[in-house]
Design a protein around this ligand. Structure first.
Ligand SMILES: Nc1ncnc2c1ncn2[C@@H]1O[C@H](COP(=O)(O)OP(=O)(O)OP(=O)(O)O)[C@@H](O)[C@H]1O
Length: 476
C-alpha cells in the first residue's frame, strides 16, 4: 500500500481528500502546516506528498526542498490556485512531479497521483526511438516519441524553431535549449537526436533538478561496488550509458557547482571515471541541455561556471511560448483532445466556438503542459460533444483580470473582460479564498483604492466588498 501525505491548511478540504484517497486504497496521512508535515516526513516512509503551494508557515519551495532532503524519491504534487501558478512552476523546476489546479477534480487528481507513483525513482529516461513521420487528423506532420506523437505547428515561430532544429541536428555541436517551463524543450531535444546521425544510438534524458547533490557523480559517471554506503553493485552512469548517442540534461541550471566542475572535465576530456574506480572510460556523446532560467545571469552571479556555459551553448535554441504560436494553439488543443480521448476513453469532438476565443485570448503561463492538463480535465468533465466554458478552470478567466493591462482595448478601469463580456457578478464566487483576496487587492489598486469603483470592477456590491475587506483583513 502506498503512503500519501496531504499538506493543506484548509482543514475540511484536507479531510475530504483524505477520505477520498483512503477509499481508493492509499494509506493517508495529513498535516495542516509545514511543521506538522516535517514530523510525519521524518517518521514515515512517504511515497507521495500532495501539498498546497501556500501554507501559513511555509511555501511550496521550502516544502519541496525539505522533502527532497529527507527522501529524494518521494514524489510531490502541488495544489494551486491561479495566483500561485508561477510558484508551482518554479517548484516543478526543482523536481516536483506536477501540479493540479484548484478546485481539485478528483478523477484528475487520481490520474496524476497514479502517474507520479508509476514514475517514482526515475531520474532519467531511455527512450525507444522509432521515428515515424505520419499525419494526424489535422494533417500536421508529427514525430513519434515513446508511442505518442508531437505536433510541429505552422506559425512563423514554429517554422523558425524547426528550421533551427533541422540545421543543428546533423552536426555534433552542443545545443542549449532555452525556454519557459512547459514549452516543449524535452521534445525539441529528442527531435534533434532523432534527426541526427546518432538516431539509432541511446538517448538519455537526465532531470538535473531531481538528482540529489551527493549522488550526482555516481548518477552521471557510475560507481563501483563498495565505493560508498549503499553502493551494493557496480552502476553504469548516464554518460557511459549514452555513449555513441545523446545525453539530454534538463534543468541544467540546477546542477551544483561541484558537479558542474566534474561535468566540464568529462565533456572536455571525453572520459569519465566511475566513483571508486581508478580506470577511466572513453565516452562519445552529444550533449543537449535545457534551462528555463537565465543562465547568463547565473554566470554573472557566480552560480554557474562560465566555461561550462560556453561548452553547452555552442548553439542555442529558444523554445517559443505557446501564446506566441498563433493559430497553432488550436492545433495543439485538438492534439491534446485526441490524446485525452484515448487516455480517458472519451469521444470529445473539439472546442466550442466560445472556448476557441478563450483559448486564443489566454496567456498560457504554463505553456503546453498547462494546455495538456486543462484539456485532460475538460475532457474528463465534458458531458457534451464539445468542450464548453463551464468546464474550464476559473484561472483562465481570472488571468485576464490579473494580467498587466497593456493594450488600448482594455476598459472598465483596466479590467479585461473575457471574450468581450463583462466580469459577471457570480464570477467572484468561483474563486478560492486566496485568489479572491488577490483579486480584491488588484481591483483596489486599479481603482486607486476607490471602493465603489473596485466593487464595480469585481462585479459585487459595496456592502459585499466591505465584508470581504473585513474577512481578509485588508486595511485601506
Ligand atoms: N510539439 C509538441 N506536440 C505535442 N505535445 C507536446 C509538444 N511539445 C511538448 N509537448 C507536450 O507538452 C508537455 C510539456 O513538454 P516538455 O516536458 O517537453 O516541456 P519542457 O519545456 O521540457 O518543460 P520543463 O521546463 O518543465 O521541463 C508534455 O506533456 C509534452 O508531451
Amino acid at each position: 500500500m502506498k503512503n500519501i501525505l496531504i499538506i493543506e491548511d484548509d482543514v475540511s478540504f484536507c479531510l475530504m481528500m483524505k477520505t477520498f484517497l483512503a477509499k481508493k486504497g492509499f494509506q493517508v496521512f495529513s498535516a495542516f502546516s509545514f511543521k506538522e508535515a516535517t514530523v510525519i516526513l521524518n517518521d514515515q516512509q512517504i511515497d507521495l506528498v500532495l501539498t498546497d503551494v501556500r501554507l501559513p508557515d511555509s511555501d511550496g519551495i521550502e516544502i519541496l526542498k525539505f522533502i527532497k532532503e529527507v527522501n529524494p524519491s518521494t514524489q510531490v504534487i502541488l495544489m494551486t490556485g491561479y495566483t500561485d501558478i508561477k510558484t508551482a512552476v518554479n517548484v516543478m523546476k526543482m523536481g516536483a512531479f506536477d501540479y493540479v489546479s484548484k478546485p481539485i477534480n478528483s478523477d484528475e487528481l487520481l490520474l496524476t497521483i497514479n502517474k507520479a507513483l508509476a514514475d517514482a525513482g526515475k531520474t532519467s529516461t531511455i527512450v525507444n526511438y522509432e521515428v515515424q513521420v505520419s499525419n494526424n487528423q489535422h494533417n500536421t506532420p508529427t514525430v513519434s516519441y515513446s508511442g505518442s506523437h508531437f505536433i510541429k505547428g505552422k506559425s512563423e515561430k514554429s517554422k523558425e524553431l524547426y528550421e533551427f532544429i533541422n540545421v543543428v541536428a546533423p552536426t555534433n555541436i552542443s545545443v542549449l535549449i532555452i525556454g519557459d517551463s512547459g514549452t516543449g524543450k524535452e521534445n525539441i531535444a529528442y527531435s534533434i537526436h532523432k534527426l541526427s546521425k546518432r538516431a539509432n544510438k541511446p538517448y538519455i534524458a537526465v532531470d538535473c533538478g531531481a538528482i540529489p547533490k551527493d549522488l550526482a557523480a555516481s548518477e552521471f559517471f557510475g560507481h563501483v561496488k563498495g565505493s560508498f554506503t549503499g553502493a551494493t553493485t557496480d552502476k553504469v552512469g548516464h554518460f557511459e550509458a549514452a555513449s555513441g548517442g545523446t545525453i539530454f540534461l534538463d534543468e541544467v541550471g540546477n546542477l551544483s557547482y561541484d558537479v558542474q566542475v566534474q561535468l566540464l572535465r568529462a565533456l572536455q576530456e571525453r572520459k569519465v571515471k566511475p566513483v571508486g574506480s581508478s580506470k577511466e572510460v572513453d565516452v562519445d556523446i552529444r550533449i543537449i541541455a535545457a534551462t528555463n532560467e537565465d543562465l547568463q545571469k547565473a554566470v554573472r552571479e557566480g552560480d554557474f561556471r562560465e566555461d561550462l556555459y560556453h561548452r553547452l551553448n555552442e548553439f542555442s535554441i529558444q523554445a517559443p511560448r505557446l501564446n506566441e504560436r498563433g493559430k497553432d494553439i488550436l492545433e495543439f488543443a485538438n492534439f491534446f483532445i485526441t490524446q485525452s480521448n484515448q487516455e480517458l476513453e472519451r469521444n470529445i469532438q473539439g472546442l466550442s466556438d466560445e472556448v476557441i476565443d478563450v483559448f486564443l485570448d489566454y496567456e498560457w503561463p504554463g505553456n503546453l503542459r498547462e494546455m495538456r492538463n486543462i484539456i485532460k480535465r475538460a475532457v474528463l468533465l465534458t458531458k457534451t460533444a464539445f468542450i464548453e466554458k463551464s468546464v474550464l478552470p476559473a484561472e483562465m478567466f481570472e488571468y485576464n483580470v490579473l494580467k498587466p493591462v497593456d493594450t488600448a482595448n482594455h476598459s472598465l478601469n483596466g479590467v479585461t473582460p473575457m471574450t468581450g463580456t463583462t466580469l459577471q457578478r457570480e464570477d467572484l464566487k468561483l474563486y478560492s479564498s486566496a485568489t479572491e483576496e488577490q483579486l480584491i487587492r488588484v481591483a483596489l489598486e486599479k481603482a486607486k483604492y476607490n471602493k465603489t469603483k473596485a466593487a464595480q470592477i469585481l462585479g459585487i456590491d459595496r456592502k459585499t466588498l466591505y465584508n470581504k475587506l473585513k474577512l481578509y483583513d485588508i486595511e485601506l
